[in-house]
Design a protein around this ligand. Structure first.
Ligand SMILES: Cc1ncc(COP(=O)(O)O)c(C=O)c1O
Length: 328
C-alpha cells in the first residue's frame, strides 16, 4: 500500500527514524538503565521494539496501560508511576503473575495498594513538579508505614517534569541536579534499589537516578525538537489540502488530530496560522489535493487521539498498528 491511499488525517511513523531513536537511546541507557514510559506512544508494537532493544521494565501512567502491556506479554516489571485510591485492577494483574509496582505518596494510597493486592511499591517524592509525590522529608515515614502493611518498598521515584522541557541545557542540568538532591535525600531514608526519575529532556544529564523513565524520545515532537537532542522526528500527521485561496490553504487535520497544549503543529515550508476542529489553516497556499505533512507539538496526547498509526518508509506503508493502550 502507498501512503497516498491512507485516509486523512493519517498518523504516520517513519520506520527508519523510530529505529534510530530506539537504538540511540539503548546505546546511551542500555537495559535496565531505561524504563521506557509507554504513555508517550500507547502502542504495544512500539513497546515490543523497546523490549527487543533490551529494556525489560516499563513505566505506565494508567491502569489500562498496565493491563494492555500484560496482555501483550510485556508484564515482566511494570511501574505504575501514578497514585491510585483503588488498586484492585492492578492486584488482579499481580494475582495473574505480572509484576506491577505502584507509586504511593500518602497513607491512603498505601492502604489502597495493600488492600488491592499490590505487593510492591515505590515512594513517590515531589521533586518540584508540584504534581504527585510526598514531601521529601515524609518519604521515610511512609516507607515504614508501607512495610508495616506488608508491602515491599523497592525505592523511590521523583519525576522532574518541570525541568525536562527547558530549552537551556545548562539550566536543565542545574535544576535536574537540585531535584535529584531532594530525591536522593528521600532515598537515604527509604532504602531499596530503585531511584526512578527522568524523561527525554534529562536522559543524559540525570546521572543520579538508577533508571530513567523517558518516553517521548521514540517519536519526538516540536517541543522536544527544540532541545537539540540526538533523537529524530519520527511522528507525523499527514493531511490533504481541501481548500485554497490566493493567500492561504486549508488541510484536513485540526485540533482533534493533535495534542495542542504545547502549541500548533509545524510543517516544513509552511507557516501554520491556526487549527480549528477539523482544519489547519496555513500559508503560503498550495494546490487542492496536495499532501501536507505536519509535526505534532506534543506527542503523548496526539497518540491518544488516534486509533491507529501507520509505519511508513518513503511512500510505502509497511504496517498499521493499533494504539491499543488508549483509555483508562
Ligand atoms: C512520571 C513520568 N515519568 C517520566 C515522564 C517522561 O516522559 P518524556 O520522555 O516524555 O519526557 C513523564 C512524562 O510526562 C512522566 O509523567
Amino acid at each position: 500500500m502507498k501512503i497516498d491511499a491512507l485516509a486523512t488525517p493519517a498518523l504516520v511513523i517513519d520506520a527508519g527514524r523510530l529505529d534510530f531513536n530506539i537504538k540511540e537511546m539503548a546505546r546511551a541507557l542500555p537495559g535496565d538503565r531505561l524504563r521506557p514510559h509507554v504513555k508517550a506512544h500507547k502502542c504495544t508494537e512500539i513497546a515490543k521494539l523497546q523490549a527487543l532493544a533490551g529494556h525489560r521494565g516499563f513505566t505506565c501512567a494508567t491502569i489500562r496501560e498496565c493491563e494492555g502491556m500484560v496482555a501483550a506479554g510485556l508484564g515482566e516489571d511494570l511501574l505504575l508511576a501514578n497514585e491510585l485510591v483503588d488498586a484492585r485492577r492492578l492486584g488482579a494483574l499481580v494475582a495473574n503473575r505480572a509484576r506491577v509496582t505502584l507509586a504511593v505518596d500518602s497513607l491512603e494510597s498505601i492502604a489502597a495498594a495493600a488492600s488491592g493486592g499490590v505487593h510492591e511499591v515505590v515512594i513517590d517524592v515531589n521533586v518540584g513538579l508540584q504534581r504527585c509525590g510526598c514531601d521529601p522529608g515524609e518519604a521515610g515515614r511512609l516507607a515504614d508505614v508501607a512495610r508495616s502493611r506488608g508491602l515491599e518498598v523497592r525505592g523511590v521515584m521523583g519525576y522532574e517534569g518541570h525541568v525536562v522541557g527547558l530549552e537551556d541545557a545548562s539550566e536543565r542540568a542545574r535544576l535536574c541536579r537540585e531535584s535529584m538532591e531532594l530525591l536522593l535525600a528521600a532515598h537515604a531514608q527509604v532504602g531499596g534499589s530503585l531511584v526512578s526519575a527522568g524523561g527525554t529532556g534529562t536522559y543524559d544529564c540525570n546521572t543520579w537516578a538508577t533508571e530513567i523513565q523517558a518516553g517521548s524520545y521514540a517519536l519526538m515532537d516540536v517541543a522536544y525538537g527544540r532541545l537539540g537532542l540526538p533523537f529524530r522526528q519520527a511522528l507525523f500527521v499527514d493531511a490533504i489540502v481541501i481548500s485554497s485561496c490566493s493567500q492561504w490553504s486549508v488541510a484536513d487535520a485540526g485540533l482533534k488530530a493533535f495534542g495542542m497544549d504545547h502549541g500548533n503543529p509545524e510543517a516544513e515550508g509552511a507557516d501554520v496560522w491556526f487549527c480549528s476542529d477539523e482544519h489547519v489553516t496555513f500559508g503560503p497556499p498550495r494546490r487542492v489535493g496536495d499532501m501536507l505533512r505536519l509535526v505534532p507539538a506534543h506527542v503523548d496526547p496526539t497518540m491518544a487521539y488516534h486509533e491507529r498509526v501507520h509505519l511508513v518508509s518513503g511512500d510505502d506503508v509497511l504496517e498499521t498498528w493499533p494504539i491499543d493502550l488508549r483509555g483508562w
